[in-house]
Design a protein around this ligand. Structure first.
Ligand code: GLA
Length: 398
C-alpha cells in the first residue's frame, strides 16, 4: 500500500466521520535499524533510519472541550476519551479504553505531565507501517499524535524531546519497557540519511547513506507473539549482568553494559550465569560493532559495514536468542546473493523483518532471488520492498 493512498485514506475517513475536511495531517514514519540492536536500553549506540512508511493522523480541533475522538479505519474501530480521565484508561462512555487507543492516550498523558498544552482533538489514523513487523508501528502512531497535539497546541519542542515524551508514554502508560530508538528515529529522521544516537548522552548525528546503496526490507510475514514478555526478560537479564560485572570488576561506576569493554567482559564473563553471560556478550560486542560502523560507512567501506550486520544477526540468533527459523532463513538466503552487503533481523526480533543493505545496481535481481530462496526454505512468501531513508515526523498538509 502506498504512502500516498494511506495519506488520502486518513483524510477521507476524517471527512466522512466528522463532515468536514481535516485542519491538517501529521505524519510520523516507521524505521529500520542497521546496527545497534538491543543496546538502546543498555546505554549503547544505535544506527537506525526512518523509512518511507508512516502513520498519518488527519486531525482538527475537537468539538467538545477536552474530548478526543479517533477513527481507526485500519482496525475498523473508533473510540473517544476525555483528557481529564486519562489515568483510568476509560473511554468517554466509561468502558475500558481499547488497547490500540492506549498509544494516543498515553501520548496525551505524557505531554500533559510535561506541562504542554493538550487540547480536544478529532482524528483519523491510518498507517502503512505493518504492525508487529519490527518496523516500529507503535512509535509511528505515538509520534504522529504527539506531532498533531504540538501543531494544535501551538508549542514547539525539539524532535528529540517529542521522542522522549512518546517513550515515556510507551514505558509508563502502555507498560512496554522499550528504549528510545524507535521514537527517536520516527521524530528525527532525515531523508537519505542514517541516524546515530548515543543512548546515554542523547547526542545524535546524521550520516548520508553511501551512494549506490539501497535499503531493502524483507518481511517474514511472521508476527511476534512472545515478543513483549521476552523483551522485558532480556532487559532484566542485562540488568543482572551489569550487577554481576560491577561486583566482578569491583567497579561501582559502571552505569550500563555499554561501559564494559570486550576485553574486560572476556576476563569476567565466567562470573555470570551462562545464559545471562550470553545476553551480555551480545550487548558488549554489539556496542563495539556499532562504534566501528560509522567510520566504515564514511570511508566507503560498505562491505565491511555489511559484515558487521551479518555478525549482528548471528549474535542475535545465538547469544541474544531473539531470532527464529523464518528470520534466520531470510537472512541466510540474502547474505550470499550478489550485491548483498549485509542482512539481519531488525527491531526486537521474534518474527518481523530483515533489513538488507544491497548495491542499488543489484536490487532488481536481489528481490526475486531472495523471494525464491525464502520460499524454497520455508514454503512462505516474503514481502520484499526497497525503502527510502525518509524525513522524520512533521505536518504534511495544513
Ligand atoms: C524495540 C524497542 C527498541 C529497541 C529494539 C531492539 O524496537 O522498542 O527500543 O530496544 O526493540 O533494538
Amino acid at each position: 500500500m502506498s504512502t500516498e493512498s494511506t495519506f488520502l485514506r486518513a483524510a477521507a475517513v476524517f471527512q466522512s466521520a466528522f463532515h468536514a475536511p481535516p485542519a491538517f495531517i501529521a505524519r510520523a514514519p516507521g524505521r529500520v535499524n542497521l546496527l545497534g540492536e538491543h543496546v538502546d536500553y543498555n546505554g549503547g549506540w544505535v544506527l537506525p533510519a526512518a523509512i518511507d512508511r508512516a502513520a498519518y493522523v488527519a486531525a482538527g480541533p475537537g468539538d467538545v472541550d477536552g474530548l478526543v475522538e479517533i477513527e481507526a479505519p485500519d482496525l475498523n474501530a473508533r473510540t473517544s476519551f476525555r483528557l481529564d480521565d486519562l489515568d483510568a484508561k476509560r473511554d468517554a462512555s466509561g468502558g475500558p479504553l481499547p488497547r490500540w487507543a492506549w498509544y494516543p492516550a498515553g501520548v496525551a498523558w505524557s505531554l500533559r505531565q510535561q506541562g504542554l498544552a493538550v487540547t480536544g482533538l478529532r482524528a483519523a489514523l491510518a498507517s502503512d507501517v505493518p504492525v508487529g513487523a519490527g518496523l516500529s508501528s507503535s512509535a509511528a502512531v505515538e509520534v504522529a499524535f504527539a506531532t498533531a497535539w504540538q501543531h494544535l497546541g501551538g508549542w514547539l519542542v525539539p524532535p528529540l524531546d517529542l521522542a522522549r515524551a512518546c517513550q515515556r508514554a510507551e514505558n509508563q502508560y502502555v507498560g512496554v519497557n522499550s528504549g528510545l530508538m524507535d521514537q527517536f528515529a520516527s521524530a528525527c529522521g532525515r531523508a537519505g540519511h542514517l541516524l546515530r544516537l548515543d543512548c546515554r548522552t542523547l547526542e545524535w548525528q546524521t550520516a548520508p547513506l553511501p551512494p549506490g546503496v539501497s535499503i531493502v526490507v524483507a518481511d517474514t510475514t511472521l508476527r511476534r507473539e512472545l515478543g513483549q514478555s521476552e523483551y522485558n526478560t532480556r532487559r532484566a537479564q542485562c540488568e543482572e549482568a551489569l550487577r554481576g560485572l560491577r561486583a566482578a570488576l569491583h567497579d561501582d561506576s559502571l552505569q550500563a553494559l555499554r561501559d564494559v569493554s570486550v576485553a574486560d567482559f572476556n576476563q569476567h564473563a565466567h562470573a555470570l550465569d551462562p545464559v545471562v553471560a550470553r545476553r551480555a556478550r551480545h550487548v558488549v560486542e554489539e556496542c563495539a560493532r556499532t562504534q566501528a560502523a560509522l567510520g566504515l560507512l564514511g570511508a566507503g567501506r560498505v562491505a565491511d559495514f555489511g559484515a558487521l550486520m551479518n555478525a549482528c544477526h548471528a549474535s542475535l540468533r545465538d547469544l541474544y536468542e531473539v531470532s527464529g527459523p523464518e528470520l534466520d532463513a531470510l537472512a541466510a538466503a540474502a547474505q550470499p546473493l550478489e550485491g548483498c552487503y549485509g542482512a539481519r533481523l531488525t527491531g526486537a526480533g521474534f518474527g518481523g523483518c530483515t533489513v538488507n543493505l544491497v548495491a542499488t545496481a543489484a536490487v532488481e535481481r536481489f528481490v526475486p532471488a531472495l523471494a525464491a530462496a525464502y520460499q524454497a526454505a520455508t514454503g512462505l512468501t516474503a514481502e520484499i520492498y526497497v525503502c527510502q531513508a525518509a524525513a522524520g515526523a512533521g505536518v504534511v498538509a495544513a
